[in-house]
Design a protein around this ligand. Structure first.
Ligand code: G6P
Length: 607
């Protein structure tokens, strides 16, 4: 949540900062700003709204300063307004900071600072840090930032510049991501790798309580005691062009079309000599065999991947599995023993609630596996083992390809658990793995003709509400389908296990009310057909996701979105795709910004 960037080098900083902010805009987009350092003074520019507005304002700015910091905001403390946009400055205007995170003790710090004569110009928690640094500053910015950090409680990724220290940026972090790179004539810092790749493919993920002292010639890393430390280099092998739309009208559509590749990459190299291997898990088959309870914890779309995992782990490995949103899990007292496995699923790898739940679970003695898309992210670092989803950078706020990567990774995990428990034979595993891999081609088939999906979307675009119903795997997919629709089109949508329809939701149905039904071939197909009949009898408009060749559905539904025939356990992978396209088509028809829906941010680093 919130993106920060910084650059110091031999080129004018302003364009580099704007480009970095544009790549980070998925992290928040209610206001943006930069601070440029030149000739012993700082120039700060803010704009409310997206980075584009700031870019226009900066264009006419006559400032070729080669050092600066920038920020794109997702409001926590203080409404989206120019006065609350970062960078924030000290009273004398000599210190400017950008911050990602939340300062929990800001009220008391602010009261104390005001009592000592500091004048605040924003409602944010962040501004206290600028004033604390100002108070501590005695000619050494690094020292002053360190002093300020001693006083603040909370999460922060910080980049700080000072008018009196030309070309110097001081950076630190606690529980908020910071990556740095040096190359291409300068030093770069950002909240995400994507904004430093112009410098180098070799990046440094800053650790908690570490500091980076950046100048044009390089970056020095120090620990909280001030000792110089050797940074750990992470090599990034994907390209910056993932941040381009590649001919698609929006990132969401581009990312939906990347899903066959995600399936292939996530599975590559996993099956050797008939045995499934996930080396990164860090547990032997014997240790896996001891697991007797699984919790999947996650938020948002990742939680929905967990709902699918539950069915697979229980179905194949016969291990009791619970799925829980991380914000609930962390505040109750779940039953955890040393043989409990907690699987933390997080695209960004930095969701605050998921991280807190991981820490809590480990303290209670559980083994924790992370499933994340971001190499070196906190979820990856704080888990005992990790599976990377190989989706590559996802830019659209609404998750699509990452979700698919999560489902495929969790499917692998379920198979590995079944293998270690001896619940599936070698030949069964080999067959299931092959069918799982085949879903890549089946998704390609869905993507090759989307006309029926667009037709169904046109029919629903003016609706106020929609219901998604399904059973078994279909129900799990419906939760994700409804979330996708409401988050990008602002059309109110609810998902229900279809059997629950008659316990309440059916009262909503009026003629023309859209009911989206996942009715792929499964052991409960006949039951779902009955639910379609009940909805039809109330005049609902039926939009069905069904298996190719199913003529019966065509007679019952107003619109059918067909998917290739797959085994029920893999239907989540294929049936999700038309629902993603359906939501996007409705959002486009309603004139919504599908990549950056209002009020949302891609990574939620606050509670
Ligand atoms: C935000 C995003 C969702 C995402 C959720 C969990 O709400 O908008 O797309 O599913 O966070 O994020 P995570 O990175 O932990 O998967």
């Amino acid at each position: 949540m919130c993106g920060i960037v910084g650059y110091t080098g031999c080129s004018p900083a302003k364009d580099i900062l704007i480009e970095g902010l544009q790549r980070l805009e998925y992290r928040g987009y209610d206001s943006a700003g930069i601070a440029l350092q030149k000739d012993g003074a700082l120039t700060v520019v803010h704009r409310v709204g997206k980075v584009e507005g700031l870019a226009q304002a900066v264009q006419s700015l006559d400032n070729d300063g080669t050092c600066g910091i920038g920020h794109t905001r997702w409001a926590t403390h203080g409404v989206p307004a120019e006065r609350n946009a970062h960078p924030h400055t000290s009273c004398n205007g000599d210190i400017a900071i950008v911050h990602n995170g939340i300062i929990e003790n800001f009220m008391e710090l602010r009261d104390a600072l005001e009592a000592r004569g500091h004048v605040f110009s924003s409602d944010t928690d962040t501004e206290v840090i600028a004033h604390l640094i100002e108070e501590a500053y005695a000619g050494d910015l690094y020292q002053a930032v360190r002093d300020a950090c001693e006083q603040i409680v909370g999460a922060y990724g910080l980049a700080v510049v000072c008018a009196q220290e030309p070309g110097r940026i001081v950076v630190t972090r606690k529980d908020s991501p910071i990556v740095l790179a040096h190359g291409n004539g300068g030093s770069y810092v950002a909240s995400d790798i994507i904004a430093v790749l112009d410098a180098s493919r070799d990046v440094v993920v800053l650790g908690d309580d570490q500091f980076a002292l950046m100048d044009a010639d390089g970056i020095e890393y120090r620990d909280r005691e001030g000792a110089v430390i050797e940074p750990k280099i992470t090599h990034v092998d994907w390209d910056v062009d993932v941040a381009e739309k590649g001919g698609y009208p929006d990132f969401m559509l581009k990312e939906i079309h990347e899903q066959p590749r995600v399936v292939r990459d996530t599975l590559a190299g996993r099956l050797t000599n008939g045995a499934l291997k996930i080396d990164e898990l860090g547990l032997s088959l014997e240790e896996l065999n001891l697991i007797d309870r699984v919790y999947v914890i996650a938020c948002g779309t990742s939680y929905h991947a967990g709902l699918i995992a539950k069915q697979l782990i229980e179905g194949w490995a016969r291990i009791p599995t619970e799925v829980e949103v991380a914000s609930e899990f962390r505040y109750r007292n779940p039953i955890i023993t040393p043989s409990t496995l907690v699987v933390a699923v997080s695209q960004s790898g930095e969701t605050a609630d998921t991280l807190a739940a991981i820490r809590d679970a480990r303290i209670k003695g559980a083994k924790v596996f992370g499933i994340t898309n971001v190499v070196g992210s906190p979820v990856a670092r704080e888990s005992d083992g990790v599976i990377y989803t190989k989706a590559n950078k996802e830019i659209a706020v609404a998750s699509t390809k990452s979700f698919l990567g999560q489902v495929v990774s969790l499917t692998l995990l379920a198979l590995v658990l079944a293998q270690s428990k001896g619940k599936l034979s070698v030949s069964q595993i080999r067959l299931l793995f092959r069918e799982l891999a085949d879903t890549a081609e089946q998704i390609e088939c869905i993507l090759s003709d989307t006309s029926s999906i667009e037709e169904a979307a046109q029919a629903c675009k003016d609706a106020h509400d929609a219901l998604f119903i399904g059973r078994g795997m279909g129900a799990a997919i419906c939760y994700e389908g409804a979330l996708k629709l409401k988050e990008i089109s602002y059309l109110h949508a609810e998902a229900y296990a279809a059997g629950e329809m008659k316990h309440g939701p059916i009262a909503l149905l009026t003629p023309g009310f859209p009911v989206i039904v996942v009715a792929t071939q499964s052991p409960v197909y006949d039951k779902i057909v009955s639910n379609i009949q009940e909805s039809r009898a109330r005049g609902a408009m039926i939009i069905a996701v069904a298996t190719e060749g199913d003529e019966e559905i065509a007679k019952l539904a107003d619109y059918v979105m067909y998917v290739p025939k797959v085994r029920d356990c893999f239907s989540a992978i294929t049936a999700t795709v038309p629902l993603q396209l359906f939501s996007r088509a409705i959002a486009v028809a309603r004139g919504c910004d599908v990549d950056q829906p209002r009020n949302l941010a891609k990574s939620v680093t606050v509670e």
